[in-house]
Each structure stands twice: as structure tokens, then as C-alpha cells.
Design a protein around this ligand. Structure first.
Ligand code: ZN
Length: 320
């Protein structure tokens, strides 16, 4: 059974929105493909960074909530997000991140792949991984970006999750979403869907005495998994209910349809359809340039715009 095809998008909590934009566009070279508001907290931004066309599987999104305390890492919480680049690309990225003042860890090898861990300006844990195998996800480079096309981030490769006890979470992953158990290395067990390529992985670690994690600046808010269409999404919804989960009804996010569920250990999952995509309400050549609001918020546009801080696009300088 394969109930999901891989990662659809990952949403995290950032601090200042301008610093967030400067880092993900100006340093990591991802394209701002949508500038919107949090649909539940419409006086705050929701910023979407992805490949050149905003394909599912490439999309990292942020709620900039600088008033929150820093993340408290712990059990039941998503942790480090891995970003996939081509083999050899870390030779480009290591000096680029250093010259941007990014705090990086040492180069590591994990499951046979070279990995460079680092943190974003708000303490979110990230890693660039040189992935030899990509799932069949589409990737379109962003030719106007500050990073040369060959070195650009191609996919969200995987994500880490810490739990106190794995039994219920593993059953949820397997029976609800169709994950299979892979190898274990250095205390992390890899769970995969599809071919287990970059974009189809969760690395799970059991820490029985870990305290419960708490959302804050630098935390991953949720991880969304791909369903090709609403039929597949409804199957997953049923499978999740079959393992005792309580998925929400389908919510229309305009760019995709979503259901949400909290797994037994506490981490928030979403299952999102591939379509219709980010060009449903904007010209693909001008994604992310204007503030896009859901229709029910349009009457309040003037008030919303007045409350949001003005954002400037960073200067896009290449250094290699
Ligand atoms: Zn989401």
C-alpha cells in the first residue's frame, strides 16, 4: 500500500518576515512563489519558497511570527528539514553559506550521502544533502535566481522526527500513509514511501526521556504529503481513520486541497493534492510579486495590507 507519493510541502515558523525572505531567496536561492497571509491569522504573512514553478515537493513555506518564543525541541515534533542538491553541489554551497555568515556544522555522511547541516537565521535546522536518487518529482530551475541552475535546491529531501515511543507512530506511518521501514544509522531509522528517494523519507529517532517539543520561532509547523488527486486523498483519510487517527475534513487551500491530522506522538501531518497549483491565481512569470488573498478576505484587503510589514525583494547576487 502506498498512500502518499512523498513530501508535498513543509511549513515552518519564522521570525522577522524580511529576514526570512532575504535568507530563502537571497542566500538559498529559492523562488518566492506565493505571498499570502495565514488564513487563520490574516494579519500575518504566509510566504512560500520553491523551485522556479512552485512544484509540489519543492515548497518550503513560513508563518513569520516573531513574537513567539524560540522553538523548544523535543518529542512529537518535526525537526531538521533536508534540502536535496545534486552530487558535488556542497563544494559550491559550503563557501556560499560561510560567506553569508550562516552557521554550518561539519560535513557528514548519512545513509551514504554527503550532508551539510546548518541553521537558518531564526534557528530552524536545515541540511543540504547530495542526493543521487530523486523521486519523479518535477523540478524547474529558477533562471533569475542568485544560485546557478546546476547548484539549485531541487527538492525537499526528507525530514526528521523525534518520538518517545515509536509503536503508535510507526503504525500510523505504515498503515495510514504507506511508509516502509528502511535502514537504521546512528540512532535514526529511515521510513520511506515509493522508491525511498530524496523527497520520500522520514528519519525517526526514539528518545524515551525527551520532553515534549513546543512550537516557536524556528520550529517546523507541519509536513504535508502528496496525494495525486482527491481520490487518493480520500483513501488516505480513510486509512488514517482506520488506525485510530482523526483527520479533518477536506479544506480547500485554492492551490491544493488539504486534510490535517496529528499523529499519536503529537506531530502535525497534512495530506495535500498535487493540483491545481500556484499558477491557478497568478501568471507563472509573476508568481509571488503581489499579495494574494483568499476570496473571503478580499473585502478586507486594504486593512490587511496596512497591517502587514512592507517586504523588499533581496538583491540577487551570484557568487559562483
Ligand atoms: Zn500545509
Amino acid at each position: 500500500m502506498q498512500n502518499t507519493n512523498g513530501i508535498h510541502h513543509i511549513t515552518a515558523i519564522a521570525g522577522d518576515p524580511q529576514e526570512n525572505l532575504d535568507f530563502y531567496v537571497g542566500v538559498l536561492g529559492m523562488r518566492l512563489v506565493k505571498r499570502s497571509v495565514n488564513q487563520d491569522v490574516p494579519d500575518t504573512y504566509h510566504l512560500f519558497f520553491a523551485d522556479g514553478q512552485g512544484h509540489p515537493g519543492t515548497d518550503l513555506t513560513f508563518f513569520p511570527w516573531p513574537a513567539l518564543p524560540p522553538v523548544r525541541r523535543g518529542a512529537g515534533q518535526w525537526d531538521e528539514v533536508a534540502l536535496g542538491v545534486q552530487p558535488g553541489a556542497l563544494d559550491y554551497w559550503q563557501p556560499r553559506l560561510a560567506s553569508a555568515g550562516v552557521r554550518c556544522g561539519d560535513l557528514e555522511t548519512r545513509f551514504g550521502e554527503r550532508v551539510l547541516p546548518f541553521e537558518d537565521p531564526h534557528g530552524m535546522r536545515l541540511a543540504l544533502i547530495e542526493a543521487a536518487e530523486y523521486s519523479t518529482f518535477d523540478f524547474t530551475p529558477w533562471p533569475d535566481g542568485p544560485v546557478p541552475v546546476e547548484q539549485q535546491i531541487r527538492t525537499l529531501a526528507g525530514v526528521r522526527l523525534v518520538e518517545r515511543d515509536d509503536a503508535a507512530t510507526v503504525r500510523f506511518l505504515a498503515e495510514g500513509l504507506g511508509f516502509r521501514r528502511g535502514d537504521t544509522e546512528a540512532g535514526w531509522t529511515r521510513y520511506v514511501v515509493g522508491d525511498g528517494a530524496a523527497g520520500q523519507r522520514v528519519d525517526l529517532r526514539i528518545e524515551p526521556h525527551a520532553s515534549r517539543g513546543q512550537w516557536g520561532v524556528g520550529a517546523v509547523h507541519h509536513v504535508a504529503w502528496r496525494a495525486t488527486d482527491t481520490d487518493q486523498q480520500l483513501q488516505v483519510q480513510q486509512a488514517i481513520a482506520g488506525v485510530g487517527g482523526r483527520p479533518t475534513a477536506v479544506i480547500d487551500r485554492f492551490w491544493f486541497k488539504s486534510i490535517y491530522v496529528t499523529e499519536p506522538g503529537g506531530a502535525l501531518f497534512e495530506v495535500a493534492t498535487d493540483g491545481p497549483g500556484f499558477s491557478v491565481d497568478e501568471d507563472p512569470d509573476h508568481l509571488g510579486e503581489a499579495l494574494v488573498l483568499p476570496s473571503w478576505l478580499e473585502p478586507a484587503r486594504a486593512d490587511i495590507e496596512a497591517q502587514l510589514p512592507v517586504l523588499r525583494m533581496p538583491t540577487l547576487a551570484r557568487n559562483g
